[in-house]
Design a protein around this ligand. Sequence first.
Ligand SMILES: [Zn+2]
Length: 393
Amino acid sequence: MLQIYFFITYFINKKSFTILQIGESMIKNMNLTEELLVFDAHCDTANVLYDQSSYFIKENKSHFTIDKARTGGLKAQIFALYVNPAYAPYRTIKKALLLYNAMENKLFSSGNAVKVTSTIEMESALKKGKLACWLSLEGGHIIENSIEILELFYKLGIRCITLTHTKNTDWADSSGDEPLHDGLNKLGRKIISRMDELGMVIDVSHSSDKTVVDVLDVSSMPIMASHSCARALCDIPRNLSDDLIKEIAHRKGYFGVNFFPGFLKKSINEQVMKNIEKNTEWFKKEIEGNEDDPDIVNKAEMGLYSKIVEGNDNVDLNAIIDHIVHIAEIGGVDCVGLGSDFDGIPSTPTDLTDVSCYPVLANGLSDRGFKENEIRKIMGLNLFNFLKNFDKK
Ligand SMILES: [Zn+2]
């Protein structure tokens, strides 16, 4: 059981009121594990739980376990059901359901964690000392172009969809692919409208700039980028431009900063790209003759994980804080928070190696001049407040 004696309403009402009166950082005097609501917007542990032979288990690098969550004070998490685009167009639903099943059997059934679909359910889970687990789909190809399947996933408790992964879907362009639809096509616009009606969070991490622009045009809800960084500090298409940060923040959106060094620093991204190039032949050999078998393609991509970070430079958590500072400067301190991508990234900052390290990040924010109320927002409250918009009235 997580030892939580401070409930969210307490964080929001009493604490922030007191904090505003004091107006200076008291973070060093806090028991961070107990008192801080740590809530992260993206991690890929479902795949680790499903595939016990995965890279993260083999290398003993699984970033999330219940024990590590306890140590780090992680109290709520959006878990992504990531399905490799290689499973598209017709084998994605099965894979997503297998991941869902792994979450049920290996996490929720443990009694330490509970699936939640609203902030009300989240508060109730926290009061019982359980890890509050939201579920999302990563990416849009999983619904196999069907609004009915989208609705079915909603009924199953999925409350968020990352529109694309690294490839275009049949209805939305990805930042990792050549433009195909000039953003969203007609079906994409229909899907966005239906997500709005259902109260499903639109996650534009991985989306192309034009897709984000189109989403902002169609949707009337706040949107999020669950695990992206700022392009101004690391100029790659996967990260968000200042203009989009401004626009999304203006619409009360949320940004979870990704912890992957290759998204935090351009020079490391260049090292990653070189390593990918260097291992292209290796990858081709791994899937040779099985190019149409998504399990084999997926396994080979996982194998590539350890290779793309070989010999790369390191960063510490200040690289993450640089992006938090920048996004807060552009969009305000209420829009930014955590989007670790733990269990989905093959390397991490040296001092933030798994979910047990969150207190170190909170202290790092304090060292960089953030006040206690701002640290509370960044570590979890901003995400909680963002998701409140999607509670059924
Ligand atoms: Zn991702």
